[in-house]
Write a protein that binds this ligand. Sequence first.
Ligand code: NDP
Length: 255
Amino acid sequence: MSRLIGKTALVTGSSRGIGRATAVRLAREGALVAVHYAANEAAARETVELIEKDGGRAFTVRAELGKPGDVHELFLGLEQGLKERSDDTTLDILVNNAGEATATGIAPEDVTPEQLDRFFAVNAKAPYLIVQRALAQIPEGGRIINISSGLTRVANPDQVAYAMTKGAIEQLTLHLARHLAPRGITINSVAPGITDNGSAVFGIPEAVEQMAQLSAFKRVGQAGDVADVVTFLATDEARWITGAFIDATGGTLLG
Ligand code: NDP
């Protein structure tokens, strides 16, 4: 399909995992995609190559979020990349996907102030400031999609610090939905459950089997399962959805 021809998109953290799958799908629908990464330049380039092989258009943008000047650096790269390819800096689709978590979590008693600061800086403050900065260049019909987590709906004490940051991004979605609706811009949260992002644990069959039991479908999510939901929200077909929490956990939250 070609539902996003003529559109531009920024997907933060699209060198790997859910972000990469999202970038590939948005490009397949015709969008010019900015593939953002922090450190893994080779992986980001690989995402661009995958897109180009598919006949799509994309470019890389580097910025480590959570550091002073991060959002400014991101937008300098984004604006340059857009200008070179589309003559202006209009951004139609923003996907706040980049996020940091610890695989096994941290016991609530052991979470340090520094760890809290880092989680909030990358997972909550950066997306806020990215949205704030992007608003000057998102037109009528624009789309913002924030990647949350099923952990805002199910208790896991060792993930409390991370889950708090995802609660924050859901609040960003809720309150800005009303603010942006008069401009015809939608903003939604998508919550993945356990999703294979290519990290080592997904190569251990026993661990995968155990994680699979959490989903009603008895399998772990694939990055594409989430990316398809994000892509739908980016299209005109999703124009009537805003301020929503979209459960993309494969039924994990059904209990
Ligand atoms: P990955 O860990 O596979 O990839 C993370 C991406 O974010 C990479 O592109 C990485 O760039 C980038 N990134 C990480 N930290 C920073 C930073 N400080 N500044 C800039 N970029 C950064 O991610 P997933 O696909 O697993 O997760 C994507 C989103 O989905 C996250 O928000 C996550 O919290 C959420 N989520 C994931 C779940 C899962 O099971 N996978 C479950 C629920 C939610 P680089 O390659 O350069 O390091």
